[in-house]
Design a protein around this ligand. Sequence first.
Ligand code: CTP
Length: 426
Amino acid sequence: MKRVLLIIGGGIAAYKCLDLIRRLAERGIAVRCVMTKAAQEFITPLAVGAVSNERVATELFDLEGEREIGHIRLAREADLVVVAPATADLLARMAQGYANDLATAVLLATRAPVLAAPAMNPAMWTHRATKRNVRQLEADGVQFIGPNAGEMAEKGEAGVGRMAEVAELVTRIEALLTADGKEGGFGFLNVSTARSARPASSPLPLAGRHVLVTSGPTHEPIDPVRYIANRSSGKQGHALAVAARRLGARVTLISGPVQLPDPEGVEVRHVETAREMLEAVEAALPADVAVFAAAVADWRVAMPGAGKIKKAAGAAPPALVLVENPDILRTIAKRGARRPALVIGFAAETQDVVAYATAKRKAKGIDWIVANDVSEKSGVFGGDRNRVHLITADEVEDWPDMDKAEVADALLRRAGDYLAQSRESV
Ligand code: CTP
């Protein structure tokens, strides 16, 4: 029987843990719980003990508890440690290696993989300090699930900060328990060894990685009501974000205006223009992989009208003066510091697809380029299918006609293998 040690932090989402424990128990997974002091303000150890059928551990220096089952044993007997809700405070203490209560002492002592499900106010989640702590923990091998976008417990507040749903947590926990037990460990485990030893067929090849994806078109204003745009639906970019999430990555999706819902469990930044997209991409770095699937407008109007441009009787139509937009992909691919280890571009072509894309790969300094035919006959724009060629420094692969979701999955699995190999060769 697999054993999960669930560390319940002090947030309103703590109540979801009762359901989580039940769902895991239904699947034959034993759950033992540790509650922080703050967690006990939200749910009682009595309730948690009743659903988990185990004594709940709350104190580091609990004489009776230490005799029964101390923090080292708690840490050792788990196949997986889950921290939910992982509050900003708990993440900060984990990142620093504190051991000033039972929860952090166990986290420091465990050799099991650790999965954290953050939950906090969106302002706290986006604060630099929290971002820094998350980066540190990712580097230490801690895996993350969520937070999701949505309504907050505080009335009228919305944003990214909701804890992942119980169903998502159960799926991820099951995947981790069936994967190589040492994957992405924390504490004493040498993470780089664990990563390079990970088999290519690992169900979560992007665990512990940060994947950044751009998606959709950009809108370049002509005046406050009109804009220049293109036919990109965002389907391929959003499918990439979903696939990266499923493969275990923390994902930041930077999307232009699209008619698609925000993918679950993905941090989404909505932008309108190319310049806003570049700014959001820069702010989301560092990342292990960056996939540029957005159809960025090459040009913008030099001087958009401050008010709606009126048509005057008899006057000639206004002449639009265009200036070039920044090339986001080129900017990121050519940067020295904080360049993602793997930069992937898309090339939308209507003729000589492979030749143009190969040249584009070199010119922009991209590692891989995914070339596709977007001529009208291909039905790619707005459609669900895609036929692509993957062009790397060494080869051109012609992929069969696939669903955009399949293209996304195949591409990101390849990315996972690439990162694992490049780590091995270091
Ligand atoms: N791209 C970008 N920023 C831009 C233009 C393009 O990040 N300002 C990215 C796209 O997301 C895509 C790749 O560059 O991954 C190729 O875009 P594409 O429009 O095909 O290439 P261009 O360089 O604009 O060349 P052309 O339009 O002449 O084919």
